[in-house]
Design a protein around this ligand. Structure first.
Ligand code: ATP
Length: 294
């Protein structure tokens, strides 16, 4: 059932994270590792981020593109928002109606992903800035964020769902300024330490809808003209499903994938396992085709 407010969805996300933390059986290494990962992310958000930048006055924004990593972070972040609110005895009621977020919509985005962003914008009560879909889709990321900050000058820090396994991310820190060539803001990166297997274990356990592109052999969503199903998910070789328990614990036993848009229907296939069959972080981007310099 859809939540009726940001307070409602934040409380629900809090329950999801807390119930994951309470899992005792089965006691798999992936579940234990994910529990540690959740606890560290919650500590970073509640102890290091919220006391420095209030989540209630517009200083923080959330960078969201509908991908699995930022969705995991969004669920945990909303749960922290609920906990922070509950621990603040001065607040008589939940102080926000929407969560400030930013989506840079680029030319080559999967249409299904765009639809999923629209759907989750409502589900998670995001007040989502979407870079101009019709005119400025070819802007670079730094240019697009520059425009965002011009429109929202009160923003001091932006939450990003990047992980150490992502390209050029090995040396990142949970809180750091943007690099040269980017507009100046603080990047809040409390998901760095998450492994791919932890992302899937938590997301599939949550029962939350996920972007349908993951269901047809994609493990990471790059731009549409340079992303193919991941060859390591080919059904030519049998792969085990590691998250049977996570998927079935709510009694439904199915993953809630968003529908493929008509533009993306040609991706439907029976040759690839879904993205969550991939365990190895180093293979996550093997569906990405190298861009040729023109
Ligand atoms: P996946 O790896 O499956 O595509 P993801 O999109 O969440 O999942 P990345 O592509 O690695 O992860 O991107 C890292 C983070 O950068 C995202 O979680 C999100 O916070 C931010 N980000 C990436 N692309 C955009 C975008 N177009 N607009 C806003 N934020 C973005």
């Amino acid at each position: 059932m859809a939540a009726s407010s940001l307070a409602d969805i934040s409380e629900r996300c809090h329950k999801i994270a807390q119930s994951y933390l309470q899992i005792k059986e089965p006691s798999s290494p992936i579940i234990r590792e994910t529990q540690d990962a959740i606890k560290l992310t919650q500590r970073l958000v509640l102890n290091d981020i919220f006391p420095r930048w209030s989540p209630f006055n517009g200083e923080i924004s959330f960078s969201y593109n509908g991908g699995k990593d930022c969705q995991v972070l969004l669920i945990i972040y909303l749960g922290c928002l609920w906990e922070y609110y509950k621990s603040n005895t001065n607040l008589k009621q939940f102080p926000l109606d929407t969560l400030k977020a930013v989506f840079i919509d680029q030319y080559q985005t999967f249409h299904t992903l765009e639809q999923f962003v629209e759907f989750t914008k409502k589900r998670y009560y995001l007040s989502l800035y979407e870079s101009d879909r019709n005119h400025n889709k070819s802007l670079s990321m730094p240019e697009a964020f520059h425009r965002y900050l011009v429109d929202h000058p009160e923003t001091k820090a932006i939450v990003v769902g990047i992980r150490y396994a992502d390209p050029f991310a090995q040396d990142l820190k949970p809180i750091q300024r943007t690099d040269e060539g980017w507009p100046d803001f603080l990047r809040l990166q409390p998901l760095l330490h998450w492994k791919l297997s932890c992302i899937w274990s938590f997301l599939l356990y949550s029962g939350e809808p996920i972007c349908g592109i993951y269901g047809v052999g994609f493990s990471s969503l790059g731009d549409i003209s340079h992303t193919l199903p991941n060859p390591h998910l080919s059904k030519k070789k049998a792969l085990p499903l590691f998250y049977e328990w996570e998927i079935s614990h709510r009694g439904k036993g199915v993953v809630n994938c968003s529908p493929l848009s008509s533009q993306d229907s040609h991706f439907q296939n029976d040759e690839y396992f879904p993205g969550w069959y991939l365990l190895d972080d180093s293979l996550e981007r093997c569906g990405r085709v190298k861009k040729h310099k023109s």
